[in-house]
Design a protein around this ligand. Structure first.
Ligand code: ATP
Length: 381
């Protein structure tokens, strides 16, 4: 059983008395989990490469990145299912680097839920309590409380085979919470569900996590899931942290070209710094609000602008800081938005507009394109 923990009494809302005391003393938002210089090598492969990370108490963090970037390995290191090659892990004040998994006060939910098919729902949920030696009556009561928490009060005596995919998911979540862990770890727990149920469960799980105030980490490669659920997104690539921020910070102010490209859709344009407030892209001059520190005139960089920030109007434009003339190369109407591909000389830009704001233009028409300075992010190379 991958979950262990202390047996602090829970109040009806699921918050612990000790947490409430900490909240009153103002110390609730100190770091729950701290990683210092964590590296993990498997032979020649460096799966996690010098990760430093502090996660505040009570937040839900998402590890997000492409396949093979080290998300699961990092989670397994935190869980104690792998030992780091280098670095230390603290949970609160405790250095847990050398603690075995069952002594780390954490609950885990995996993609393969690993429920016991021969046990009832209540027995599954209370399994870790049985291992700990809790009395049968207490186990039953706790399982029922947890079933109410995950909004399935009437299924305690059913067998796992009699549950839907979403219900099994809730049982796995309840089971991981049975020992009231300090840290809740979820490794792609919703990926086996169909798209609609998955979206519903994302919101339900987020609301549950908020209600319990339990520090949680979710591994996902699905950016929509991360944007829905995370207080803080940790973007990883090739074993390294690329950026840590709120979903909106990551989306609006990507730290580098990898993040800008990986999160959502972006126009990523090679550019050269002209002066302190302008860059040049294929002969066009574009005004920007700010430049990264240390970038001087003549330096190469990447300009990032989201398609929803690119404005397109019918007609021609007087070229100038961020205003470009172009020709519509292609229009794609995908129902919820209209995508316009516009060629401005050698430069191709993508603009997304809500259907009601679609300019009256079609393929081959001349258009004026505007790139607002506030929406342009310059990324160092
Ligand atoms: P995915 O989204 O595909 O699950 P991930 O981001 O979770 O990927 P990891 O599973 O952490 O990535 O793997 C990171 C790298 O470490 C990969 O190159 C992987 O092949 C390698 N790796 C992971 N576990 C082992 C292992 N036990 N032995 C050898 N290499 C491993």
């Amino acid at each position: 059983m991958p979950c262990a923990g202390s047996a602090a009494a829970a109040d009806p809302a699921g918050a612990r008395a000790s947490d409430l005391i900490r909240a009153e003393s103002g110390a609730l938002h100190t770091e729950a989990l701290s990683l210092q210089g964590i590296t993990k090598r498997f032979g020649d492969v460096t799966a996690v490469d010098g990760v430093d990370l502090d996660l505040p108490r009570g937040e839900l963090a998402c590890f997000l990145g492409p396949s093979g970037c080290g998300k699961t390995t990092l989670l397994r290191l935190i869980a104690g299912l792998e030992a780091p090659t280098r670095g230390r892990i603290h949970l609160g004040r405790d250095d847990i680097t050398d603690l075995p998994a069952h002594r780390r006060k954490l609950g885990m939910v995996f993609q393969s839920l690993a429920l016991f098919p021969h046990l009832s729902v209540a027995e599954n949920i209370a399994y870790s309590l049985r291992v700990r030696g809790d009395a049968k009556r207490d186990r039953r009561q706790k399982a029922q409380e947890l079933l109410e928490l995950v909004q399935m009060p009437d299924v305690a005596d059913r067998h796992i085979a009699q549950l839907s995919g979403g219900q099994r998911q809730r049982v796995a979540i309840a089971r991981a919470l049975a020992l009231e862990p300090e840290l809740f770890l979820l490794d792609e727990p919703l990926s086996a569900l169909d798209a609609k149920l998955r979206e519903e469960m994302q919101i339900e799980l987020k609301l549950l996590q908020q209600r319990l105030g339990i520090t949680s980490i979710l591994v996902t490669h699905d950016q929509r899931e991360a944007m829905t659920m995370a207080d803080r997104v940790v973007v990883l690539n090739a074993g390294r942290v690329q950026q840590v921020g709120t979903p909106l910070e990551i989306y609006r102010r990507p730290a580098n070209a990898f993040v800008a490209d990986f999160i959502g859709t972006s126009n990523l344009l090679r550019c050269e710094v002209a002066d302190g407030t302008r860059v040049r892209v294929h002969g066009h001059t574009i005004a920007v609000d700010s430049l990264p520190d240390g970038l001087r005139a003549g330096a190469g960089a990447t300009l990032s602008i989201r398609p929803e920030d690119v404005r397109v109007q019918a007609g021609t434009a007087a070229e100038g800081d961020g205003r470009l003339g172009g020709t519509v190369a292609f229009v794609r109407d995908v129902g919820q938005s209209v995508e316009l591909y516009v060629d401005c000389g050698e430069l191709r830009l993508i603009s997304h507009v809500p259907p009601r704001d679609k300019p009256a233009v079609g393929q081959g028409d001349a258009v004026a394109v505007e790139l607002p300075a506030a929406a342009c992010t310059v990324l160092a190379q």
